[in-house]
Design a protein around this ligand. Structure first.
Ligand SMILES: Cc1ncc(COP(=O)(O)O)c(C=O)c1O
Length: 356
């Protein structure tokens, strides 16, 4: 894919992955352990642990007002590791039907009963909760990666309180963008629900522009993961330079509240430009979509947009249900109003072009 296309596809919402300032900040970091300049040399339980990894976990947990955190090599690993081991035989995990594939894969490895509820449908969730057995868990994303809508977190925490279910919130797409003091701690913090959730997942590969993830929760959750989460136990730990990059990215989040405001004003601009005539979403966050039924058609339309200079990708079934194929449009703090205008025009043009 040519790199000169205008980016309406990456998860680099705040432009940190391409930030020279962040790059320089990372380059200034000192190597504190010359024995492990390049790699961590092993899993955290053997030679791969470091004071830097533990300090970073404490720093990030405090940043998000959580008790504890455990780093994972990616968000995929974190969800796999969390959902495969959190519930036992006889317990139940209920999950939103639009939950990310990494949660689904974790659930496949779990011994618990697992049932999905209709997307953001609290009534359906409650019906399932009344029948569920054992220790109960509910899994949602705070900002959905495909539909781009929020989950009703306040109502969910209340429902989970009534049914004594642990709420697990994947904040992958909300990290860096929402918070209670413009620091990007996520939707849980923005809504003041830190004490009402069982666990949160934050990933560093999206708005933070790096790689890796952390699961936040109680110290007993952390202990449980250290002892039973196989992607944590049986994988080489993140190297020192990744840990340093993640810390620097958090520093940038605090230093540059402007990027978040810019992103939110771009989202507002995008939503103002969406006309009734086009079936584009008007989501509150950076993830938008243009629904185009059929894999062949959605791929052709995405190619048309790319030929016009706009990088927006098709999401085909079975990644999304048949008939719900779409062009996914991600808005960034660095997208200009002119670029958004141009994209809208290009969408009009490709939709008007006769099907080949
Ligand atoms: C909601 C959600 N959770 C988890 C992940 C996995 O994160 P990572 O890319 O760090 O593996 C993603 C990535 O697309 C995601 O969208």
């Amino acid at each position: 894919m040519p790199s000169d296309l205008i980016d309406f596809t990456s998860n680099d919402y705040l432009g940190l992955a391409r930030s020279e300032e962040l790059h320089k900040l990372i380059a200034l970091q000192k190597i504190t352990d010359v024995r492990r300049v390049n790699g961590s040399t092993g899993s955290r339980l053997l030679s791969g642990n470091s004071t830097e990894a533990e300090a970073l976990e404490t720093f990030i947990a405090e940043y998000h007002q959580a008790d504890c955190g455990l780093l994972f090599n990616s968000g995929y690993d974190a969800n796999l590791g969390l959902f495969s081991c959190i519930a036992g035989r006889g317990d139940t995990i209920l999950y939103d039907e639009m939950i990310h594939a990494s949660v689904i894969d974790g659930l496949r490895l779990s011994h618990a009963h697992t049932y999905k509820f209709r997307h953001n449908d609290l009534k359906h969730l409650e019906q399932l909760l009344t029948k569920a057995v054992g220790q109960l868990y509910v899994a949602v994303e705070s900002l959905y990666s495909m539909d781009g809508d929020f989950s009703p977190l306040s109502e969910l925490t209340e429902l989970c309180r009534v049914y004594k279910a642990g709420l697990i919130v994947d904040e992958a797409h909300a990290t860096g963008l929402y918070g209670n003091s413009n620091r990007g701690e996520g939707r849980v913090s923005e809504l003041g629900l830190q004490k009402s959730v069982f666990a949160r997942l934050h990933t560093f590969g999206k708005a933070l522009g790096c790689h890796g993830a952390i699961v936040l929760g109680s110290s007993s959750l952390r202990d449980h993961l250290v002892n039973f989460s196989r992607p944590f136990i049986f994988s080489t730990a993140l190297p020192l330079y990744s840990l340093q990059a993640i810390r620097c990215a958090y520093e940038m989040l605090e230093r540059h509240p402007l990027a978040k405001s810019e992103l939110h004003s771009r989202i507002q601009y995008f939503n103002q430009k969406v006309t009734q005539a086009i079936t584009i979403s008007k989501n509150p966050g950076p993830i938008q979509h243009l629904l185009v039924s059929g894999n062949k058609r959605v791929k052709a339309l995405a190619l048309g947009l790319q030929a016009s200079g706009y990088d927006a990708r098709p999401i085909t079934s079975p990644t999304v249900p048949q008939g719900k194929e779409r062009i996914r449009i991600c808005i960034h703090s660095f997208n200009t109003s002119e670029q958004i205008d141009g994209l809208m025009k290009a969408i009009d043009n490709v939709l008007d072009a006769p099907d080949k």
